[in-house]
Ligand binder design. Structure first.
Ligand SMILES: C[S@@+](CC[C@H](N)C(=O)[O-])C[C@H]1O[C@@H](n2cnc3c(N)ncnc32)[C@H](O)[C@@H]1O
Length: 313
């Protein structure tokens, strides 16, 4: 087993395989080779819900909004929210570009043009991740508007980063809670100030969320869990990871039958916001899930935001 294929492990993620080395490559190719190879799918499952939350907040605020992607890596969520893309399609792109002899700076230039080739929605996305190379890449290709690379588990925010956080309306996160705890959240929320942003986090079932929701309580937020639905994150990387996660879930009293026992890591969606927003926009309407939409269907009609009907494969 090599480091890039996942090795074990460190607190607090000790049951999970460790992928640290692929997070800090100068470009996203290793990230997509390794995590794409494990059918990492959570950004795809999250993107429609993030889009629904963004649309709801835009309507509520009556203006374009500012989003903070916590654990943004190479800007994957930003890419999927902004553009008509799927994670698997990005993976295919990076796999194709991997087989040829393309340097990071050439890839960066190609990606910059690729992401510029779609019309842009009026939306600001700030990325926060301890990986400087990943945040630098996301920023250089135009996926995020600003980036924070401090480890907020360990150190307080510097003033320039506090400035970058001003006016954040929504914090989103996939695959990062566990690395990121209430320590980071407290620092971010203190810097953002009032009104505290909404927080939408997809969290593996092995990570208790009560300490994070406790921080949100201090801001008067209510934290709801989307009920009756879990979201696949990826396949297990090894039998060792599989067995350690199952035993961690068992220790937490979580039933893994029909979920992790079938070989896939599952996340849950937690949404924190002011109680009045919960009354006005119930979570069931905002985080609606349509089962079966990811299956490989034949060509189908789609109505775009521009009200043009297109037949797409
Ligand atoms: C599994 S990746 C998820 C990336 C992205 N959200 C996605 O779903 O594709 C986990 C990310 O958390 C980041 N991370 C680890 N520790 C962190 C910390 N203390 N603060 C912020 N990000 C952290 C890693 O660098 C990595 O990019």
């Amino acid at each position: 087993m090599t480091m890039t294929d996942g090795s074990f492990a460190r607190e607090p993620n000790k049951a999970k395989a460790c992928f640290d080395s692929i997070y800090t490559e100068p470009d996203p190719r290793e990230y997509h080779r390794v995590l794409g190879g494990l059918n990492y799918v959570i950004p795809d499952l999250a993107k429609d819900i993030f889009r629904q939350l963004i649309a709801a907040l835009e309507q509520l605020r009556g203006r374009p909004i500012k989003v903070l992607d916590l654990g943004c890596s190479y800007g994957n969520n930003a890419a999927l929210i902004r553009f008509p893309l799927e994670f698997a399609r990005l993976q295919q792109r990076y796999m194709a570009l991997q087989s040829r002899d393309i340097s990071t700076s050439e890839l960066l230039s190609l990606d910059h043009h690729f992401f510029q080739s779609w019309p842009r929605q009026d939306l600001t996305i700030v990325g926060c991740d301890v990986s400087r190379p990943a945040v630098a890449y996301a920023r250089a290709v135009g996926l995020i508007d600003d980036g924070i690379t401090q480890d907020l588990e360990q150190e307080p925010l510097i003033q320039a980063n506090k400035n970058a956080l001003q006016g954040v309306d929504l914090i989103i996160s996939t695959g990062a809670i566990g690395y990121v705890t209430e320590r980071t959240l407290s620092r971010l929320l203190r810097a953002i100030g009032e009104p505290a942003p909404w927080l939408a986090a997809f969290v593996l079932r092995m990570f208790p969320y009560d300490t994070i929701s406790g921080v949100l309580d201090e801001y008067g937020h209510v934290t709801e869990k989307a009920s009756g639905v879990t979201f696949v994150q990826r396949r297990f990387q090894s039998e060792q990871e599989f067995l350690s996660v199952l035993s961690q879930l068992e220790a937490l009293g979580i039933d893994s039958r029909n979920k992790e026992m079938d070989g896939l890591l599952h996340s849950e969606l937690f949404l924190s916001r002011p109680p009045e927003d919960c009354d006005e926009l119930p979570i069931e309407g905002l985080a609606s899930v349509s089962s079966g939409i990811c299956l490989p269907y034949g060509p189908r009609f789609r109505l775009g935001d521009d009200h043009i009907v297109r037949l797409s494969p």
